[in-house]
Design a protein around this ligand. Structure first.
Ligand code: GLN
Length: 489
């Protein structure tokens, strides 16, 4: 069976034209065919998926029209799903089996969705390119000589290559939005707290959120609708108001809507070909009735430094638990307990993880904590105040997701500072906990080459306006169908 674009799978399923089992078979057919080229998956679960699909088929037969029932989904390999392997893209967790479900995974299973695979990722979600996985890089389906973007590389590529309609990633400083932009996928960072983080392996806890990714804003809404809700197991979790409007999502009427264009996001740093695509989408928003208003977010220039100082500090604390005693990998030869822990960590963690653990320990050290960590917290406040002020004048913000299209493999992986700059447009919203998403905005044609590369646009909303944000993206996608263009594999 050859299925149409994954945005139509839900309708086919509801009409009874395909079964959930057919969809799962289709997912695995694609995985077998394209994985040798893409490396988006770390482990997959065929038998378990078939079993779950048969259950969902029975639910559909008895009239269940739930938002996610019967639809296959991929999970980033940092979510606990009981009985499955969870590596977090690291050698240090090689062979580790989860023994409980993350709250969001529990919710998916209860909704009748079918987790089929654990997706590749940068080690412990640290990275912007998808190259820092101990299980090899995930390649970009639009051009396999290029990076897919990270850290939720496999979750995004699973959607781009149509293995699944939707997936779960995690976003700390841009990890679903950046690969979403590089691979033409709709990828959301919800308001901090509206999705439980229980069972998502922590990287930087004050920044981490679960990131729903899908082939359209409509599908992101459907996915989000089954995931939201305060959770007693995550004390930072909160309720999302008006969440009943997430599915089925309605388009927002753009007439009278004010969209701010922060001038700090449109400086010379942005690649001219990317800028062209963004400007075209700005015109498209205008033609739909929105007014586009230049504004300023004056502390934007501090976002990257602030993000990385806070991030490494929290990473050094969260990753302390991987000691060779409780989970996963343990060195084969050691003299005593301290030596065992040191060798396990040295052998088990990759370069980037070690770099951040060391930097974080440095920032939190008594002699430096005021100069670095506390100062970063103050800058975080200023960045948040900028957004609060802006949202007194406008309803949304529109910016690029990334200054460039997907870059060639290996071109930034040796230079951490260069890699960190990929997050220049995504870090600030993370620091402020705001909802934002990356939607396909168009393509850049490479000179003297048949290759076209996708460009994402970032839409940002005030905290807890997640529904309205998705309605805005849905309205855009009803008249601009870049998201339906697929890579040729
Ligand atoms: N690229 C950023 C980092 O490496 C963001 C990662 C993420 O969002 N998980 O920290």
């Amino acid at each position: 069976m050859t299925l149409p674009h994954s945005t139509q799978w839900r309708t086919l399923l509801q009409k009874g034209d395909v079964s959930s089992r057919d969809l799962v078979e289709e997912s695995f057919k694609k995985i077998r065919e394209f994985e040798p080229k893409l490396n988006a998956i770390i482990s997959h679960y065929y038998e378990e998926s078939i079993e779950l699909s048969l259950k969902s088929d029975r639910r559909i037969k008895s009239g269940d029209r739930g938002a996610m029932v019967g639809l296959p989904i991929a999970l980033k390999d940092n979510f606990n799903w009981s009985g499955s392997l969870m590596t977090c893209g690291s050698k240090i967790l090689k062979g580790f089996t989860s023994h409980y479900n993350a709250t969001v995974v529990d919710k998916l299973l209860r909704a009748g969705s079918i987790p089929i695979a654990k997706a590749n990722m940068d080690e412990f979600a640290m990275g912007s390119s998808g190259e820092f996985s101990a299980y090899g890089p995930t390649l970009n389906p639009w051009d396999t000589q290029r990076v897919s973007g990270g850290s939720s590389s496999g979750s995004i590529v699973s959607v781009a290559a149509q293995y699944v309609v939707s997936s779960l990633g995690s976003d700390t400083g841009g990890s679903v939005r950046l690969p979403g932009s590089f691979c033409n996928v709709t990828a959301m960072r919800p308001t901090y707290g509206i999705l439980s983080r229980y069972g998502l392996t922590s990287m930087a806890s004050s920044l981490d959120v679960v990131g729903p990714c899908a082939s359209s804003a409509f599908e992101v809404g459907a996915l989000l609708s089954v995931l939201v809700g305060q959770d007693a197991k995550d004390s930072t979790s909160i309720e999302l108001p008006k969440c009943e409007s997430l599915y089925p999502l309605k388009p927002l009427d753009l007439r009278g809507i004010r969209v701010g264009l922060p001038r700090e996001y449109f400086t010379d740093g942005i690649d001219p070909s990317v800028r062209k695509v963004i400007e075209k989408s700005i015109d498209e928003f205008k033609s739909m009735g929105a007014s586009m208003i230049p504004i300023s977010l004056p502390h934007t220039a501090y976002a990257i430094d602030t993000y990385y100082l806070i991030c490494v500090s929290e990473v050094s604390s969260n990753l302390a638990r991987f000691d060779g005693i409780r989970f996963g990998y343990r060195t084969s030869k050691s003299e005593n307990l301290i030596d065992l822990i040191a060798k396990t960590r040295d052998e088990g963690f990759g370069e980037e993880a070690k770099r951040r653990i060391l930097l974080g320990a440095f920032c939190l050290n008594q002699g430096h904590v005021d100069e670095y960590y506390h100062r970063a917290l103050r800058a975080r406040n200023l960045i948040t105040q900028d957004f609060n002020k802006a949202f007194q004048e406008v309803d949304f913000l529109l910016t690029p997701v990334s200054p460039s299209v997907a870059f060639p493999l290996g071109s930034k992986s040796k230079d951490p500072a260069e890699m960190y700059l990929s997050d220049v447009y995504s870090a600030a919203t993370s620091l402020s906990g705001l909802p934002c998403l990356s939607i396909p905005g168009g393509f850049v044609q490479l000179p003297n080459s048949p290759v076209r590369l996708p460009v994402g646009i970032q839409l940002i909303a005030p905290a807890l306006s997640d529904v309205k944000l998705l309605e805005l993206a849905h309205a855009f996608q009803l008249s601009n169908t870049h998201h339906l263009t697929q890579p040729v594999l």
